[in-house]
Design a protein around this ligand. Structure first.
Ligand SMILES: NC(=O)c1ccc[n+]([C@@H]2O[C@H](COP(=O)([O-])OP(=O)(O)OC[C@H]3O[C@@H](n4cnc5c(N)ncnc54)[C@H](O)[C@@H]3O)[C@@H](O)[C@H]2O)c1
Length: 316
């Protein structure tokens, strides 16, 4: 990734989240965007539509669609959203087998056609699919990262802003752990212009916002009835792609491969990461309370259960 070069972002999966990520990447002029999907015509149609929005929105990204993985050649970043979304009543682990098989084939194709890319996995169950992709891609761990914490943190930021009626721009937070009911929001790291929210609202409201964040995906699934959230997930993946291609070194919560940090090894889980042209360039270790550490380990235990499930069906 030389400075001054035109970057290329491949969106593998051109469904709701993939197309939303492609749109945000184009809007941010991160580079050229290629969408690929197994559904014939879908990526081509959405790409043409996004291209026609360009003159109005004023971006210069070229957006193309394809069913042929050859067209992702030279991608700097691949955003993988190929797979089924969670349906009402379906747990994330229900998705394990179907999405596991999809990720296997996607990983094989990325390894073949875009071997120098950094891969952002979005497909659920997130932490398990990111680990599977890491194993099947054969890339170094820093080049394979999962998107969940940016989304979960954005949800919490939005809820805090709605609760306190303050600008979302002033709210900052860091949600760790696995993507799902076992995520680990951190109230003392949740601030409004540097003021911890624990000083701005009573404990029961803090707890309620943390709980709403934990159930944030399910709340949208229940409202939509078909499919799941896609604007904020697409924006979150695009934000990560931005930090990587522009080498911004943003500190973001991402699912990263741990090798002893937080007392955990050989598992992907959400932790604070510096994202730059080298992918995950650094994992930051926070000083967690005993309860938070226990919650992170519980979260990792859930991810390991998923990995065990993949082994049992012979995918991993
Ligand atoms: N990590 C997160 O925070 C987060 C947030 C939202 C959604 N998701 C997950 O992202 C995934 C996509 O969600 P969505 O709403 O875009 O679903 P969607 O059904 O709208 O799109 C999925 C697309 O994947 C395509 N696809 C299936 N198999 C493929 C393959 N082998 N190669 C290429 N494309 C393939 C489908 O044709 C479809 O167009 C789901 O697993 C969902 O649970 C994760």
């Amino acid at each position: 990734m030389d400075s001054g070069k035109r970057f290329k972002i491949a969106c593998v999966g051109a469904g709701n989240v993939g197309a939303s990520a492609a749109q945000y990447c184009a809007e941010m002029d991160l580079g050229d965007v290629v969408m690929t999907d197994i559904a014939e015509g879908l990526p081509q149609g959405k790409a043409l539509d996004l291209t026609q929005a360009g003159p109005i929105r004023g971006y210069s990204s070229h957006v193309t669609g394809t069913n042929d993985y050859k067209d992702i050649a030279g991608a700097d970043v691949c955003i993988v959203t190929a797979g089924l979304p969670r349906k009402p009543g379906m747990t994330r682990l229900d998705l394990l087998e179907k999405n596991g098989r999809i990720i296997m084939s996607v990983a094989e194709n990325i390894a073949k056609h875009a071997p120098n890319s950094t891969v952002i996995i979005v497909t659920n169950p997130l932490d398990v699919m990111t680990y599977l992709a890491f194993k099947k891609l054969g890339f170094p761990a820093n080049k394979v990262v999962g998107m969940a914490g940016v989304l979960d943190s954005a949800r919490l930021r939005a809820f805090v802003s709605m609760e306190l009626k303050v600008s979302m721009k002033n709210v900052d937070t860091m949600v760790l752990g696995s993507h799902g009911d076992d995520m680990v929001p951190l109230p003392e790291y949740t601030t409004v212009s540097s003021i911890p929210i624990t000083k701005l609202m009573p404990k029961d409201r803090v707890d309620a916002l943390m709980e709403r964040t934990r159930k944030g995906g399910g709340e949208i699934v229940a409202l939509l009835k078909t499919g799941s959230a896609y604007y904020a997930p697409g924006a979150s993946a695009a934000r990560m792609a931005q930090s990587i291609v522009r080498d911004e070194k943003q500190l973001l919560p991402c699912a990263a491969h741990l090798t002893g940090q937080y007392g955990l090894s050989d598992v992907y889980i959400g932790v604070p990461c510096v994202l730059g042209k080298g992918g995950v360039e650094k994992i930051v270790e926070l000083d967690l309370t005993a309860d938070q550490k226990a919650a992170l380990h519980k979260s990792a235990g859930e991810v390991r259960e998923g990995l065990k499930g993949l082994k049992e069906i012979g995918i991993l």
